[in-house]
Design a protein around this ligand. Structure first.
Ligand code: SF4
Length: 68
């Protein structure tokens, strides 16, 4: 019997739109970090905290975060 795994979703940030306000890193520091160059990076996780990521999506002022 094969065990089916649900497709995992991950958040993506459109860096061409991101204004680097840092809100996502405050709302969901588990998933979003600002790197040394000042750009937002999505942390590699096996599962993402959906409510917090959804909060970040909601509060991003330029709406450049989405699930993929
Ligand atoms: S909240 Fe949106 S605009 Fe602000 S740093 Fe995060 S991705 Fe960029």
């Amino acid at each position: 019997m094969t065990v089916k795994h649900p497709l995992t979703q991950m958040p993506v940030v459109d860096l061409s739109e991101c204004i680097r306000c840092g809100i996502c890193t405050e709302v969901c520091p588990q998933a979003f970090q600002m790197n040394a160059a000042g750009y937002i990076e999505v942390v590699e996780l096996t599962a993402y905290p959906e409510p917090e990521v959804n909060e970040a999506i909601k509060y991003c002022p330029v709406h450049c975060i989405d699930w993929e």
